[in-house]
Design a protein around this ligand. Structure first.
Ligand code: NAD
Ligand code: MG
Length: 422
């Protein structure tokens, strides 16, 4: 069972006084992406409170260069070697920013003793090693990279507990739940009167589309989210509801909840970011305009509140809030995520890896949108489950799943473009 850990999110740390009074030193991983850019936007509003120690990204040299000039980090890490060389050439000699490359560079800027806070906003499984390293180094971990929890939830939560790290969820739903949870951190959520968590979902751009319409959905249609502006991978996940599936798993881990205590509710306006229901009948909700800077500012400032640049919510203009149940027959990814939680072990890592392969293929126009769950289900059926006892085991499951999914796709392409169930 995946959700047996005792999570002491946020309130676990003894860093409360430090958080209030001193300038915090931060490394932003995935700085050139949607979450990274929003994080730097909030940081720029509070130059007296944050020092940017490092920025890290994959290959976007132009954005990284502009960020280095604006924030003067001590280090800039590029995963891509050619991008690192180019950035080095283009940075002015007097910039004071040293360019590092690859996993070792990433590890260095996560674990450096000067660093207080790590924003983990790399997309996908690639974020797991650095996220885990931040937890093991006892940092305040602002967790946007949900895939690392989905893959290695047991390892990550254990690392948080054993090393006195502070995990603050940045995913808007989990950030909302965190804000609505009881202040008393002791015991499980049920000990503290929580009966369940209501995880809201916008329903994505295809909420009202039939399955037949979804077959021919294009990548741009899938990425046209009605409420949120996000990177392309998470946008496709939102359209397939796999994002909610990953978040379902994420909620179980972060808040130490049995799966039956997490209920997905479709709420198309994305104004309520999630809710906590108590045994006395109370339901606490966190509301706001759909802008990730609220959750980011909450994480950056915790336990204080910071100005974030987000437009204040106008409830009268919003006028109505609707709710409906998710339709798992049109959106099978949600069911597959639930089944992965029930299977436990490395099944969640397999589900995540197969999804990444399928989403990449869809974004490259290699498969239909509706083929995504077919690839995932096929992969889950074929990769053996194991106990997720170490990073090596999780990475092995991830690699096996990618191989199975890629072989399935190659077979599919050879057979003229229809995913066959074999
Ligand atoms: P994005 O695609 O916009 O940006 C991804 C960032 O990761 C980029 O800076 C990219 O250079 C970097 N990156 C990619 N591969 C890398 C690698 N191998 N090593 C180092 N850096 C690498 O993605 P995003 O939308 O900002 O999402 C980032 C994470 O936050 C994802 O896990 C996503 O699920 C999560 N998240 C995003 C949002 C959102 O609103 N965008 C909301 C909740 C959670
Ligand atoms: Mg979310």
């Amino acid at each position: 069972m995946c959700c047996s850990t005792s999570v002491r999110t946020g309130f676990a740390v003894g860093g409360l006084v430090a958080a209030v009074n001193t300038k915090r030193v931060i490394s932003v991983l995935g700085s050139t992406g949607s979450i990274g850019v929003n994080t730097l936007d909030v940081i720029a509003r509070h130059p007296d409170r944050f020092d940017v120690f490092a920025l890290a990204a994959n290959a976007s040299v132009d954005i990284m260069l502009a960020q280095c000039l604006a924030f003067a980090p001590r280090y800039a890490v590029m995963m891509d070697e050619a991008a690192a060389t180019l950035l080095q050439q283009r940075l002015p000699a007097e910039s004071g920013t040293e360019v590092l490359q690859g996993e070792s560079g990433l590890a260095a800027v996560v674990t450096a003793p000067q660093v207080d806070v790590v924003m983990a906003a790399i997309v996908g499984a690639a974020g797991l090693p650095s996220t885990l390293a931040a937890a093991r180094a006892g940092k305040t971990l602002l967790l946007a990279n949900k895939e690392s929890l989905v893959m290695g939830g047991h390892l990550l939560m254990q690392a948080v507990r054993e090393n006195g790290a502070c995990l603050l969820p940045i995913d808007s739903e989990h950030n909302a739940i965190f804000q609505c949870m009881p202040v008393d951190e002791h015991g499980t959520p049920s000990d503290r009167g929580v009966s369940k968590v209501l995880l809201t979902a916008s329903g994505g751009p295809f909420r009202q589309w039939s399955r037949e319409q979804m077959v021919n959905a294009t990548p741009d249609e899938a990425c046209a989210h009605p409420n949120w502006s996000m990177g392309r991978k998470i946008s496709v996940d939102s359209a397939s509801l796999m994002n909610k599936g990953l978040e379902f798993i994420e909620a179980c881990w972060i808040f130490d909840l049995a799966p039956e205590r997490v209920e997905v509710v479709v709420h198309p306006q994305s104004i309520i970011h999630s809710m906590v229901q108590y045994l006395d009948g109370s339901v606490l909700a966190q509301l706001g305009n759909p802008d990730m800077r609220t959750a980011i500012a909450y994480g950056l400032g915790w336990p204080q509140r910071l100005e974030s640049g987000v437009t204040p919510l106008d409830l009268v203009a919003t006028a109505r809030l609707d709710f409906e149940s998710p339709d798992e027959s049109r959106f099978p990814c949600l069911r597959l995520a639930r089944e992965s939680v029930a299977a436990g072990g490395t099944a969640m890592a397999v589900c995540n890896a197969a999804n990444e392969v399928a989403v990449d293929a869809f974004l490259a126009n290699g498969i239909h949108f509706t083929d995504i769950p077919v690839v995932i289900e096929h992969t889950l059926e074929r990769v053996d489950n194991a106990e997720a006892v170490s990073l090596a085991v999780v990475e092995n499951a991830d690699a096996q799943a990618r191989q199975v999914a890629m072989e399935f796709l190659a077979d599919f392409q050879q057979n003229g473009g229809v995913v066959k169930r074999v």
